[in-house]
Design a protein around this ligand. Sequence first.
Ligand SMILES: C[S@@+](CC[C@H](N)C(=O)[O-])C[C@H]1O[C@@H](n2cnc3c(N)ncnc32)[C@H](O)[C@@H]1O
Length: 269
Amino acid sequence: MRMAKVLMALHVLKKAGISLGNKDVFDYGFGAGTFYRYCPPSSRLFGVEIDPLNVAAVQEMLKSRGQHGADLQTIEIATWEQHPLLQRDYDVILCSHVLEHLQKPIEFLDVVCSRLRKGGVFVGLVPLNERKMDPHHVQIVFDPKIRTWARAAGLHVHAYMEDDPWLYWLQPTFTHDSGWRHTVAQLLSLGLGIPATLLGPDRWFSLSKHYAHMSGSKPVQAAFVLGVDPPKRPVLSDPMETRRPQGRRFADDKFLAGSRTGVGEDRVV
Ligand SMILES: C[S@@+](CC[C@H](N)C(=O)[O-])C[C@H]1O[C@@H](n2cnc3c(N)ncnc32)[C@H](O)[C@@H]1O
């Protein structure tokens, strides 16, 4: 998980008024386990990944950081619904860059979010504006599609943001699984994590906005918080909704082409 993803996940959680302290946090498809590093010590950590070596490596990483007691397990895609960690409830469920891999994201949201406790939230991150489609992705994701998925799964959008324009022009490099392009992509990812960490979310998102403006880059990620109940916070109307021309369908090229919002724009909706 790149640092940009972590910053965005933490930012939307903050916008939705959710803290991670003393919560059961489940990361479905935790990858390198980066998000766990940013959970407070009082969070109880759970997660699943496909590769057992990956699971063991993240477990070791957490132990070496003094984060003991995380329950991380392997999962078989064919039988994912029956996994023991999906038979218990959580306060926060994170799915970073998972939904775009799924043939049936609505059914997935339905099952996973049935494990949310009262007041619990689902945090999603998805790629946007892919200039070259990643061969592993089976969904092209954009803002109205996320809202359609959420509605169909009976969920409310509590917060939404789009950001991370930095790798827009280089995104095709990230579609390689091996070789020198893959190595370059990994190095770029890691390299960008350094200023992101040093600057912190506010300055990083502000810098992103300027960079996007200067370079003509689009946001390459969306982060959002979904809940079973409507948001408790004051519901601000989404100005972009009112700007959408009447009768325009999701299949419209303009909407399919990508996001409707600018980089770093976030909304409590
Ligand atoms: C690109 S990785 C994301 C890793 C990490 N969350 C991150 O953001 O860097 C995609 C993850 O989605 C999960 N996944 C992929 N295909 C899936 C499928 N068909 N069904 C269920 N989960 C899947 C796997 O756990 C995989 O590690």
